[in-house]
Design a protein around this ligand. Structure first.
Ligand SMILES: *Cc1c(COP(=O)(O)O)cnc(C)c1O
Length: 435
């Protein structure tokens, strides 16, 4: 399959190029040149398929011959070795839990699939694939754990000192094997600048085979479509065939994958993009003006994005036309105080503990139901386990959170952190001396 840039449909590259160079030179994003509708017979019988089987059916037509079916089956089996259950809460409302992977966030789907796709595409060559990532938190954990133990790869993660949560720090620094964590005495922007400079350094490029694990990589987007099909399959098993999805959105990769699934023929009644105070998209859908603003800090900090990077992909899916988009997607923003109320309401009504991102998706789902009564299921996506955000919850709720096995294991492990300043020469010296 060839992939085009959203800035120029005539610029086409093979899958491999799109994966290893996630950003086209014209700064657009890659999209598959063909989005085929899946066989209606498959969709009609989808409740008979497992998540892994669904994943192969969805990924094959998007990737084409670049990964043979037997390899794709192996990649999917290794990457998706955890559950994504739909749990009904009450009449018509259900939660899709995407946090049962190793880093306890939905980003595991993208990171684990991408790592194995990269390893497969690189394996013809003997040099190790060196992945450099800068992280401010969640992405780094998913990438580190996603690549852990994947043969032929090595990951170097840069994170800003004092800026990641305790659980995130454990996820970054206790992996060992092919994962190295470097704490930079600086900000996230300093970390990003170091990674960028490394990619442009002729000497490093000569010694290492460098690649990024950027969040806009097409190999991270594709696997996020899998769980929309799988959630629909679970709804069908529960006797429901009409579904609305509510998606907590920051860079809009998650909901972008949902809309890709929709274009491939997944019958979805409506999508809701739920945001925090960073409301560029809800404002655009309301008034037609796309006016990004600097991001503001909120309780749902993985969604603190002022200019969502995947938005161009969504516009591309709708041929840059806002009207048809508004038929399929609506978008609402919520404040931190609404989020706190939602967390308490979910706990009191259902004894359910939602992370702040998930609470926003529930708020949007509940508002939609109030305005659109009917016989359908509203499924809101839970993107992270609440134990990752302990400071957000009142004591009574915080006490009721049980740390999953993944966190108990992390706490037993030893941190291994390299500490460096924010100057490029020190970082370069470290890379060369630890080749
Ligand atoms: C990354 C993230 C989001 C936002 O997802 P996008 O694909 O960027 O819209 C929401 N919730 C959590 C917990 C995340 O880590």
């Amino acid at each position: 399959m060839q992939f085009y840039s959203t800035n120029n449909r005539d610029l086409r590259v093979p899958f491999r190029e799109a994966v290893f160079n996630s950003l086209p030179a014209d700064k657009g994003l890659y999209m598959p040149e063909m989005i085929t509708r899946l066989d209606p017979y498959f969709i009609g019988n989808i409740h008979r398929y497992s998540l892994q089987e669904i994943a192969v059916q969805v990924a094959s037509p998007l990737i084409g011959d670049d990964i043979p079916t037997a390899e794709l089956q192996r990649i999917v089996r290794e990457a998706l070795d955890f559950e994504a259950p739909v749990r009904p809460l009450d009449d018509g409302m259900a939660v899709l839990e995407l946090f049962h992977g190793p880093s306890l966030a939905f980003k595991d789907f993208g990171a684990r699939f991408m790592s194995r796709v990269m390893a497969f595409l690189a394996h013809t060559d003997d040099t190790v694939l060196d992945v450099l990532v800068a992280t401010s938190g969640d992405t780094g954990g998913a990438v580190a754990m996603g690549f852990l133990g994947v043969p032929g790869t090595r990951v170097t993660i840069l994170f800003p000192k004092g800026k990641v949560s305790p659980v995130q720090e454990l996820q970054l620094t206790t992996n060992g094997q092919n994962i190295r964590a470097i704490e930079i005495d600086g900000t996230f922007d300093d970390c990003q600048a170091l990674v960028k400079e490394a990619f442009n350094d002729e000497q490093l490029k000569g010694v290492f085979r460098l690649t990024s694990a950027n969040s806009i990589n097409i190999a991270r987007l594709i696997p996020q479509a899998f769980y929309y099909f799988h959630a629909y399959a679970q709804a069908r098993s529960q006797g429901i065939s009409d579904v609305v999805f509510s998606v907590p959105s920051g860079n809009f990769g998650n909901i972008g994958a949902g809309l890709l699934a929709h274009k491939m023929g997944l019958p979805v009644r409506h999508f809701i993009a739920a945001t925090n105070a960073n409301d560029t998209v809800p404002r655009f859908l309301a008034n037609g003006r796309y006016e990004p603003r600097p991001s503001v800090q909120t309780l749902a900090n993985a969604m603190d994005v002022g200019n969502p990077s995947n938005w161009v992909r969504i516009m591309d899916l709708f041929n840059d036309d806002r009207e048809p988009l508004r038929q399929v997607v609506s978008s609402h923003a919520f404040t931190d105080s609404q989020v706190r109320e939602a967390i308490s309401a979910l706990f009191e009504r259902y004894n359910y503990i939602a992370c702040p991102h998930t609470a926003i998706a529930w708020l949007a789902a509940a508002a939609y139901r109030r305005h659109h009564p009917g016989e359908y299921a509203t499924v809101f996506l839970s993107t992270a386990h609440p134990c990752k955000f302990p400071e957000v919850f009142p004591d009574e709720i915080a006490k009721a959170i049980t740390a999953p096995e993944q966190v108990r294991m992390l706490k037993k492990r030893k941190k291994d952190i390299m500490k460096l300043g924010k100057d490029f020469s020190g970082f370069k010296k470290y890379l060369l001396e630890n080749a």
